[in-house]
Design a protein around this ligand. Structure first.
Ligand SMILES: [Zn+2]
Length: 378
């Protein structure tokens, strides 16, 4: 069991009322797949009254490493090997910047986002409102994955009621910036795009670091990986499709199928008219490339989108696929091939299975349509 420490740790009062579990970490895998699992980040985040995705992503930002939520049990992961002490020290920084009241340093604060897109900490102890440093990359992440609205006063650091915050963020993390992390530890999953990787490496971005799994110095952490940069660009200013593609080109991603996955997640995130909007974005979706790899990536992007909000979107799977088919964005053969078996290339295996199951009516319809058109042709 993890020991408890004060929030923040430099308060030495042994009877301080704001305590959190000491952060645990566990290094798993090896080589390029080496990663650090944060087994108790949900509890730590709960004690801080923040969604667990925030400190996790903060670690990723500071270390220049990819982060993600993995598996059915939703393990929070930072790529690379990082020891607990280092992460705990980074956590101190997170607490200083995103938790403690800027005025009295009390941890009993709520984060909220103002109309002009500033993140503020409201102190439950002294009532002060203090800005967070908007230049920190986590600020962008928080804007894209806003804190759950606190339902009532008293849901604060050190108190028990953080469950909804934690759960809400599971989706946010899987789906937000961290969802853009590509799982590079799946043996039969992600086929590593060497071209993109070497491009990113030559750009010095942390994609290279993430892939290498090494601890890097802070200099590297300042450079966002191009996929994250593209996601941030889309998330921040609601750019139109041409601007999105122009930005992708600037980042050297104009022919990169993985960029399409990012684009789909960011453009369609939270859309209530998703199926209808697919046609509107056809040009953007197909501009990155029209080959099979690109078409699979388009389906993969929607799989990721569905996996982030399964309650809302799983039932829309057939309609999404049909829209992709009807609009000639993804060809019949690619869809039929995709329909043969669940692939964990873009989403977790369990999610892939659920999506596949949900897609069955469409796949069956497509198979039938194919048979009919075949017999017509004879
Ligand atoms: Zn205060």
């Amino acid at each position: 069991m993890a020991a408890n420490v004060n929030i923040p740790r430099d308060v030495k009062d042994p009877f301080y009322r704001y305590r959190m579990p000491l952060l645990q970490s566990k290094v798993e895998g090896k080589g390029n797949g080496i990663k650090t699992v944060l087994p108790n980040i949900v509890d730590v985040a709960k004690a801080l009254s923040r969604p667990p995705g925030y400190p996790t992503k903060y670690f990723g930002n500071e270390l220049g490493a990819q982060t993600k939520v993995e598996g059915a049990d939703e393990k929070f992961i930072v790529n690379g090997a990082h020891d607990s002490e280092k992460l705990q020290t980074l956590l101190d920084g997170f607490i200083e910047r995103f938790v403690l009241c800027g005025s009295c340093r009390n941890p009993e604060t709520d984060l909220s986002i103002t109309k002009d897109q500033m993140i503020v900490r409201k102190c439950g102890a002294c009532g002060a409102l203090s800005d967070v440093d908007m230049r920190h990359r986590l600020a962008t992440y928080i804007l894209k994955n806003p804190p759950p609205k606190s339902k009532k006063a008293g849901k604060h650091a050190g108190t028990a009621n953080g469950d909804d915050a934690a759960n809400g963020d599971m989706n946010a993390l899987a789906h937000g910036a961290a969802g853009l992390a590509f799982s590079d530890d799946d043996d039969d999953g992600w086929d590593c795009d060497e071209e993109a990787l070497s491009k990113a490496r030559s750009g010095g971005g942390p994609l290279a670091q993430g892939a290498a799994g090494d601890d890097e110095d802070d200099a590297g952490a300042e450079e966002a990986d191009p996929f994250d940069q593209l996601g941030d660009f889309i998330g921040q200013g609601e750019p139109d499709d041409d601007a999105i593609f122009a930005r992708a080109r600037e980042l050297g991603l104009q022919a990169n199928h993985r960029a399409v996955v990012v684009v789909i997640q960011c453009v369609f995130e939270g859309s209530t008219t998703l199926v209808k909007d697919i046609g509107k974005h056809k040009k953007l979706l197909t501009r990155f490339g029209r080959g099979e790899k690109h078409q699979r990536a388009i389906v993969g992007g929607f799989e990721r989108l569905i996996s982030a909000s399964p309650d809302a979107l799983l039932s829309k799977t057939p309609a999404i696929l049909k829209a992709l088919f009807d609009r000639d964005i993804v060809e019949e053969d690619v869809l039929l091939d995709w329909g043969k078996k669940p692939s964990k290339k873009y989403v977790d295996k369990d999610v892939a299975k659920r999506i596949h199951k949900a897609a069955q009516p469409f796949i069956e319809w497509l198979e039938t349509a194919e048979e009919e058109s075949d017999s017509d042709g004879e």
